[in-house]
Design a protein around this ligand. Structure first.
Ligand code: UT7
Length: 325
């Protein structure tokens, strides 16, 4: 018997209440609201409370996604959590979320690190696992507590990132046509040093072992534009779809100028792109699922429409997914 296509059945998102404005940052480091807005588009970001963990943020987003998909935690047999800010080195933060949500013992739960492309990597893996017929419902979460890995004295990075979580539920499609249509994942070899957090036992620069984000922003910027443009073209060509046929593009929310450039290169109107980075900054793996959820809540993603998601991140990883909603 042919297996049903796999679709996104529900979405959810959560951001901590605490808003950190550009003006507040300008009191900590030598920067200004105008510089941050003109170079990035970011106006504010959310920061988790001291006691709030990545698992807490993920759990809130997942609860909403489950309710939206009208399934219960008992129905979930696969949980993949994309993050670069796990609560512990082990076990996986997914295991903590399993417990918080009451997902039954026996479910497969693991973390995945593909940095800001993490959600799209997790979506691809979950899609493949569900398509095998061995799992029924997957929770795919992107959650980050980046405020805990920022160097708050480094103005080239601390103004860019924020905390938050987004989640989707995947399962057998419930509407004719609604399905994940395609996904492509890649990594640019030899670029790991451009954007990294030193580990417990290794740092690219032994004189700088602090476990905070280090980035060569300009190099990342150029590679990011090229990568997202390439993967968007690859997906469209592979699926025989023209740019005009895409109803909504959900790009990784890192920098308004990166999104402007992709729109220009792909010759697509900017209003086709969903953008919320002005309010959240870059939330890494949480960025796309938060944006997807908000796009859906605002009616920007409607049944039957074609949605293209594209991302890039440390690695440098990049990827895209094409979905018929
Ligand atoms: O998910 C992946 C995450 N990574 C990214 O998305 C990063 C991609 N890169 C970028 O978004 C941009 O490269 C940045 C926003 C990080 C930087 O923008 P830029 O236009 O590439 O600036 P720049 O690095 O060329 O710096 C220009 C100037 C420098 O001063 P000098 O050397 O010209 O005197 C920087 O020191 O701006 C200075 N600068 C700042 N000034 C005020 C850097 N950061 C700041 C700041 N406030 N926060």
């Amino acid at each position: 018997m042919a297996l049903s296509p796999i679709a996104i059945l529900g979405t959810g998102a959560y951001a901590p209440n605490r808003i950190l404005t550009n003006e507040e940052l300008a009191q900590r480091v030598e920067t200004s609201h105008d510089w941050i807005v003109s170079r990035t588009g970011i106006r504010e970001r959310r920061v988790a409370d001291p006691g709030q963990t990545t698992a807490d943020l993920a759990t809130e987003a997942a609860r909403e996604a489950l309710a939206n998909a009208q399934i219960t935690p008992q129905d979930v047999d696969l949980l993949i959590l994309a993050t670069v800010t796990p609560d512990l080195d082990m076990p996986a933060t997914a295991c903590l979320v399993q417990q918080k949500l009451g997902i039954p013992s026996g479910a497969a739960c693991f973390d995945l690190n593909a940095a800001c492309t993490g959600f799209l990597y997790a979506l691809d893996v979950a899609w493949a696992m569900l398509s095998s017929g061995r799992y029924r419902h997957a929770l795919v979460i992107g959650a980050e507590r980046l405020s805990s890995v920022l160097d708050w004295e480094d103005r080239t990075t601390c103004v860019l990132f924020g905390d938050g979580a987004g989640a989707v539920v995947l399962g057998a499609s419930r509407r004719p046509g609604s399905a994940i249509l395609a996904s492509r994942l890649h990594t640019v070899a030899g670029t790991a040093e451009l954007l990294h957090i030193p580990g417990a036992t290794f740092s690219f620069d032994p004189a700088d072992p602090k476990r905070v984000i280090r980035m060569k922003g300009k190099e990342v910027f150029k590679l990011a534009v090229r990568a997202m443009e390439d993967v968007a073209r690859e997906l469209l060509e592979q699926q025989g779809v023209s740019g005009d046929q895409i109803d909504c593009i959900i790009p990784h929310q890192a920098n308004q100028r990166i999104i402007d450039s992709i729109a220009q290169y792909l010759k697509l109107p900017l209003d086709r792109f969903f953008i919320n980075l002005d309010r959240y900054g870059n939330t890494s793996a949480a960025s796309i699922p938060i944006a997807l959820h908000e796009a859906r809540m605002q009616g920007r993603v409607q049944p039957g429409q074609l949605v293209l998601m594209v991302a890039f991140g440390a690695g440098l990883t990049y990827g895209g997914a094409l979905v018929r909603w």
